[in-house]
Design a protein. Structure first.
Length: 688
C-alpha cells in the first residue's frame, strides 16, 4: 500500500515541531519540514559532532538518514537510541516508522501493536499502526484503526489520505474476488473525503472495465477529464473500453484523438502510454503492417523497454507468430519478473504454441504474484475445460425425399489423463427405415480412441472399434478404424493426414449391402493475416464392392467481420467413381458443384450463441443439365452452467449424396455436454 510523503511529513511535524523551539537546530528542522532530507542529514551530522548525546538531534538525524534513502541505517541508529532510552515514546515510534521505510511491515506490526496498547489514544501511534496493516494488505483491520485515528483528529489530512489508500486497496481485494458491488462501495466512499478524487475515479473506471460495463466506464472517464492531461488519460481509457465493448473502429478513432491532444502536453510518460494504446488499437483493427511500422519506429527511438516488447508480443499473438511473442515475453520477465503482461502473456503464448503444461505453470505463477487476478483465473479455467473429463450425448432425427427416416444417438466419453494423452469411448446407435419399401436396418458401433501429442502441434489420433449392423433378419460385424496425424507445419496452417475404415450405414438399403469404405485423406487449411483463407480436402476411397471414389473439395473464404463472425466464400467440389452403379448408390463418372456460402456466428446473450450458415450454387452430374443446389444449417448453443451446455440444430441440403442426385435431406438434432469433474484429473500435479 502506498504511504505518501504527506503521511511522513505529518509524523515529522508530530515528532519534531515540539522541539523546534530549540533555536540551535532550527535550520535542520526547516530542512526536514521542507523535505530537504540530504541537507538535514548533513546539518544534524555536523551538530552531533559537538552534541553527540542530544536525543532530539539524534532522532532528527535518524529521520533524515531514513527519508533520504537509507532506511536500514536509520533503523540501526534508532535501535541504538532504544538501548539508551528503552521506554521513550519518541524513540519507539521513530524506530517503528523506520521499519516502514525499509518495508519491514511484518516486523513493525507487533511493535505498533504494543505501542497502541500502551498509548491507546495516541494519534501518531494509531496512524502508524493503520498504515502498517495497510501495507500488509490487512485492509479490514487497517480501516478499523484508521477510523480510530480520524475519530481522535477528525480533520487531519494525513489520516484521511491514509484512509483513502486503505479503501483503494480494500476495493481491489473485492474486485479480484469479482465482488464488484462491494468494491464499488469502497471506491465511492472515498468521494466523501475527497470529491471526484482522481485515484478513486481511475480505479472505479477500471472496475467497470473488468466487469465489462463499458458505458459506465466511459462515463467515469468523462468525469476524470477535467484538464488537458487528464483528458488524454481518459481518452486512452475510453479506447480500451470500446475494445472491450467490441467496437474496434471506435477504439481506433478515440485513440487517434488522444494522439492529437498529447502532442502539445510534452509529457513523455503520457506520450508513451498514448502511443502504446494507439498501436494496440491498430492491432485490434487488424492493421498489422501499420502497427509493425509504428513499433519499428518506436524501437529505433526508445530501444526495447518492456512496453515496446509487450506491443511486439501482442502483434505476434494476433498474427500467429507465437515463437517471437514467447521470446519477447521472456525478455520482459528478465527485465521484471513480476510483470503482469509478461507472466500472463507468456502463459497465452505457450498455450498458442500448444505447450499446455508450461502454460498452466505460467498462469499459476501469475496468480502467485497477482492473487485472484480475474484474467489469470479465466485462462486457467479455459485450460481446465479443455482437459476435463466430459460426456457428450448427440441425438439426431433425419428424413429425406427417398422416404428414408433415421434416428441416431451417440454417447461419447472423453478422459484426458494428461495434457498429452487423451482417451475416448463412444457408443453409436442408428436405426433407419424406408417407409416405401418397409426395409429396416440398424447399426451399433462401439469405439475407443487414443490421442497423443508427440510434439507441440503434432498429434496422433487413433479410433478403433466394431460396427454391428442388422438388416431385417441378416446381421454382420465389421471392424472400423480411424487413424489421423494432425500437424501445424507453419504458422496459420493446419494439415491432417488420415486413414479411415468405415461401414456405409446411411440408409437400410446400403446397410444391407455391407459396403466397407477405406478412405485415404488429406485436409489442409491455410489462414492469412489479410482475412483470406483456403481450405482443401482430398480423399481416395476404395470400397469392398471393388468400386473406387476420388473426391476434391476446396473452399476460398474471406472473414468479413470478427464480431459477430461473418465468413463468406466460394466452394468447389469434384467427385469421380470408377464404376457407375446408380441403382444401388449415387456413383457418377464425374460430378461437379460450385456454390457461394456465408457463415454467421455470434452471441444472443452472454451464455447463448447462434450460428447460421447457407450455401447455394449449381451442380452438374456427368453431361446432364446443371441443377440448382441449396443447403443451410442453424444452431443455438446455451451454457446452463460452467459444466453443462446444450446445442440444438437443424440442417437441410439438396446437394447430391450417397443416394442420388435430386436428393433432399433434413436433420434435426440435440447435443448435450457435461463436464464430469470440476477440474482435470491431473490438476493437482500441475499445481504442485
Amino acid at each position: 500500500m502506498k504511504l505518501t510523503k504527506l503521511f511522513f511529513s505529518f509524523l515529522l511535524l508530530f515528532i519534531c515541531v515540539p522541539l523546534m523551539s530549540q533555536e540551535p537546530m532550527k535550520e535542520g528542522f526547516e530542512h526536514l519540514e521542507m523535505g530537504r532530507f540530504e541537507e538535514a542529514e548533513s546539518f544534524f551530522k555536523s551538530y552531533l559532532v559537538d552534541h553527540p548525546h542530544d536525543k532530539t538531534a539524534n532522532i532528527c538525524f535518524g529521520r533524515a538518514v531514513g527519508l533520504s534513502g537509507e532506511p536500514q541505517k536509520a533503523t540501526a541508529l534508532f535501535a541504538s537510541l532504544l538501548k539508551e532510552y528503552p521506554k521513550d515514546f519518541e524513540v519507539q515510534i521513530n524506530y517503528n516508522e523506520s521499519l516502514l521505510w525499509g518495508k519491514q511491515y511484518q516486523a513493525a506490526k507487533p511493535l505498533y501493536q504494543k505501542l497502541v496498547a500502551e498509548y491507546p489514544n495516541n494519534f501518531g501511534a494509531i496512524l502508524g499502526y493503520a498504515n502498517t496493516l495497510s501495507n500488509l494488505k490487512e485492509f479490514e483491520s487497517a480501516l478499523k484503526w484508521i477510523n480510530k485515528a480520524i475519530a481522535l483528529e477528525p480533520e487531519n489530512a494525513s489520516a484521511k489520505i491514509s484512509r483513502k489508500y486503505i479503501k483503494l486497496g480494500y476495493a481491489n481485494v473485492f474486485v479480484n474476488r469479482q465482488d464488484y458491488n462491494q468494491g464499488r462501495e469502497f471506491l465511492e466512499d472515498i468521494f466523501l473525503d475527497f470529491p471526484e478524487d482522481k485515484d478513486a475515479l481511475l480505479n472505479l473506471a477500471n472496475l467497470y472495465l473488468i466487469s465489462k460495463e463499458v458505458d459506465e466506464a466511459k462515463t467515469i472517464y468523462g468525469r476524470y477529464a477535467t484538464n488537458p492531461k487528464d483528458s488524454v488519460v481518459a481518452l486512452n481509457g475510453i479506447a480500451l473500453a470500446e475494445h472491450i465493448g467490441e467496437n474496434e473502429k471506435k477504439a481506433l478513432q478515440v485513440s487517434y484523438k488522444a494522439m492529437e491532444q498529447v502532442i502539445s502536453l510534452q509529457d513523455s510518460i503520457l506520450t508513451e502510454r498514448t502511443l502504446e494504446r494507439n498501436i494496440q488499437a491498430l492491432i485490434w483493427n487488424r492493421k498489422f503492417q501499420k502497427a509493425k511500422k509504428e513499433i519499428d519506429s518506436l524501437e529505433q527511438h526508445y530501444g526495447q523497454p518492456n512496453w515496446i516488447l509487450a506491443l511486439k508480443s501482442t502483434l505476434g499473438m494476433y498474427t500467429g507468430d507465437f515463437k517471437s511473442s514467447l521470446a519477447n515475453y521472456n525478455t520482459i520477465l528478465e527485465n521484471d519478473s513480476t510483470s503482469f503482461d509478461g507472466n500472463l502473456g507468456k502463459a497465452n503464448a505457450l498455450f498458442a504454441s500448444d505447450k499446455i503444461l508450461p502454460a498452466y505453470r505460467a498462469a499459476h505463477k501469475t496468480l502467485d504474484i497477482y492473487e485472484d487476478q480475474k484474467d489469470a483465473l479465466s485462462f486457467i479455467e479455459k485450460l481446465n475445460i479443455q482437459h476435463t473429463p466430459t460426456i457428450e450425448e448427440h441425438f439426431a432425427y433425419t428424413f429425406d425425399n427417398g422416404k428414408n427416416i433415421a434416428f441416431s444417438s451417440n454417447t461419447n466419453v472423453q478422459l484426458p489423463f494428461s495434457t498429452k494423452f487423451n482417451t475416448t469411448v463412444s457408443y453409436q446407435y442408428r436405426s433407419t427405415e424406408n417407409t416405401l419399401t418397409l426395409n429396416k436396418a440398424n447399426s451399433h458401433v462401439l469405439l475407443t480412441g487414443f490421442q497423443y501429442k508427440l510434439f507441440p502441434k503434432v498429434n496422433v489420433k487413433t479410433i478403433l472399434g466394431l460396427n454391428n449392423s442388422r438388416f431385417m433378419e441378416q446381421a454382420y460385424t465389421q471392424p472400423v478404424l480411424d487413424l489421423k496425424l494432425l500437424l501445424q507445419p507453419f504458422k496459420l496452417q493446419n494439415l491432417e493426414l488420415g486413414y479411415q475404415r468405415e461401414v456405409q450405414n446411411f440408409n437400410a438399403d446400403l446397410i444391407e449391402r455391407e459396403i466397407v469404405m477405406n478412405h485415404l485423406g488429406l485436409t489442409y487449411n491455410l489462414g492469412t493475416n489479410i482475412n483470406l483463407g483456403w481450405y482443401t480436402q482430398l480423399m481416395h476411397t476404395q470400397q469392398t464392392d471393388d468400386n473406387t471414389r476420388n473426391l476434391l473439395f476446396t473452399s476460398l473464404y474471406y472473414n468479413v467481420l470478427r464480431k459477430p463472425a461473418l465468413k463468406m466464400g466460394l466452394n468447389y467440389q469434384y467427385i469421380t467413381f470408377k464404376d457407375q452403379v446408380p441403382t444401388i448408390y449415387f456413383s457418377p463418372e464425374k460430378y461437379q458443384a460450385v456454390e457461394v456460402f456465408a457463415d454467421l456466428r455470434g452471441k444472443i446473450a452472454e451464455k447463448t450463441n447462434y450460428m447460421v450458415s447457407a450455401a447455394s450454387g449449381f451442380q452438374k452430374v456427368e453431361d446432364n443439365t446443371q441443377s440448382t443446389i441449396f443447403r443451410a444449417e442453424t444452431s443455438l448453443d446455451h451454457q446452463f452452467s460452467k459444466r453443462l451446455s446444450t446445442n440444438v440444430y437443424a440442417k437441410y441440403s439438396n446437394i447430391a449424396s450417397a443416394t442420388a442426385a435430386g436428393f433432399e435431406f433434413t436433420e434435426i438434432g440435440l447435443k448435450l455436454k457435461w463436464l464430469i469433474t470440476k477440474k482435470p484429473l491431473f490438476f493437482k500435479k500441475i499445481v504442485e
